[in-house]
Design a protein around this ligand. Structure first.
Ligand code: TLP
Length: 441
């Protein structure tokens, strides 16, 4: 927490009269988070119009952090002190966190509702399969994806690795996109830990692997060859622009898999984004897949965790391997509680992130010096390159944007990726566009 800025806000608050705040706090706490935000936004704007002088009451304020959601506030020349707690403090933190963070949707912090659910979660030892909240999350995930069973895992990377380890034996081959996360960004886990051989196939601009390329990559039976066991798709395809693979395409790949006695795994880190764009259920979209990994900790906003789904037999083996990799968690219900809110509530609001990505895309087209990918952006990502005429380096732009309260990340020596998510609102989009126009103008 940026102590300076929190103190500053509390100073503003003090000026406004603690009694008033305390009373409002009680009232506000009873309301839903969106309403609280609106109320608080308005309130802070009013208070911030005032100037704080050296001798004004806020100057003597002392703030002690009791826990993440409780502050003890005292003023040295005043007898009153009180605890500022829960949603209210959370929202102060959020309002003080000036940065619009577009580096990824992995940066999403849990909502107040999630934090509350986490604090109150019923837990047990999940290695004994005794954690009721984890069990509930797994049942819900399996049901939503139309598969027999599900497993809660610490990360998407572990979920994908487990799937590969279950589907393949050492020396087997897996067909993967040459721009896929599994191939590029999972530290070669399949080879290092599973002895599995990747067979990269070109990702087309639309994120697909051409069906003829998949067919051509399947090894014929020959003493010299590896044995092809698995095809992996990624939906949405991250590096190709957060693009969405259709249900028809997935069906076509599933058919190739079945006809060639192969399995199909989907890295569906953002499969809920894909389904939202297509306007169909996730269940329908992943129907041909034998296994799917999806992340709770990206656009679905949970702080930690991913799910792996498949048959009961597949998940039993994955559970065994998860333990082997050290991913067996104990009272993981604390995390699963947030995951349940991801599935129940966050999965239905992703259209807002997609609309904001579109606004960013449209706005950035007007900024000099940028070449946007052939759009339109379909899910929550916007990729673009710097034109040669731009003399600033990627690092300099990142620094200049940061000075203006916007965090962005590079995706190549002259390339950027912006990702929208729950904590990026319309004002954040405007702020980002303004900052880019200033930096590159
Ligand atoms: N992607 C992260 C980075 O690792 C690049 C991001 O910011 O996009 N599959 C896909 C398609 C992913 O994009 C990611 C993470 C993962 C798997 C891995 O998930 P985690 O980070 O939970 O291991």
């Amino acid at each position: 927490m940026a102590r300076g800025s929190l103190d500053e806000t509390l100073n503003h608050l003090w000026l406004a009269d603690l009694g008033f705040v305390k009373m409002n706090f009680m009232r506000i706490c009873a309301r839903r988070s969106e309403e609280i935000r609106r109320l608080l936004n308005g309130y802070i704007n009013v208070v911030e119009n005032k100037k704080i002088g050296q001798n004004e009451p806020g100057a003597n304020l002392s703030v002690r952090e009791v826990s993440w959601n409780i502050l003890l506030i005292k003023q040295s020349n005043f007898r009153q002190s009180f605890l500022l707690t829960s949603h209210f403090l959370f929202l102060f933190r959020r309002l003080n966190m000036d940065f619009i963070d577009l580096r990824s949707d992995t940066v999403t912090k849990p909502t107040p509702e999630m934090r509350e659910a986490m604090a109150e979660a019923e837990v047990g030892d999940d290695v004994y399969m005794d954690d009721p909240t984890v069990n509930q999350l797994q049942e819900k995930a399996a049901e939503m994806l139309g598969k027999e069973d599900a497993l809660f895992v610490p990360s998407g990377t572990m979920g994908n690795l487990l799937a590969l380890l279950v589907h393949c034996q050492r020396g087997d081959e897996v067909i993967v996109g040459d721009k896929s996360h599994i191939y590029l960004n999972e530290a070669g886990g399949m080879s290092a830990l599973g002895g599995i051989h990747p067979r990269p196939v070109k990702n087309q601009a639309d994120g697909t692997l051409a069906l003829e390329d998949i067919l051509a990559a399947i090894q014929s039976e020959d003493v010299h060859h590896t044995i092809t066991r698995l095809i992996c798709l990624e939906n949405t395809q991250n590096v190709c622009g957060g693009v969405v693979l259709s249900a028809e395409y997935t069906q076509a790949v599933g058919k190739i898999a079945r006809e060639n006695n192969l399995s199909l795994h989907i890295d569906g880190a953002r499969i809920f984004n894909a389904a939202a764009v297509l306007g169909i259920s996730v269940k329908e979209l992943v129907e041909p897949a034998d296994s799917v990994m999806f992340c709770l900790s990206k656009g679905l906003v949970a702080p930690v965790g991913s799910m792996l789904v498949g048959t009961k037999k597949f998940i039993n083996r994955a559970r065994h391997l998860r333990k082997m990799l050290g991913g067996g968690m104990r009272q993981a219900g604390v995390l699963a509680a947030a995951g349940l809110i991801s599935l129940e509530k966050m999965s239905t609001r992703l259209g807002q992130d997609h609309a904001r990505a579109k606004s960013l895309f449209e706005g950035l087209k007007q900024v000099q010096g940028l070449r946007l990918d052939a759009g339109p952006t379909s899910s929550n990502m916007v990729y673009f390159d710097l034109l040669d005429e731009v003399k600033l380096s990627v690092d300099q732009i990142i620094e200049e944007m940061k000075k203006r309260g916007v965090l962005v990340d590079w995706a190549g020596p002259r390339r950027f990726r912006l990702v929208t998510h729950y904590w990026v609102d319309d004002a954040g989009v405007s702020k980002t566009l303004k900052a880019f126009a200033e930096v590159l103008g």
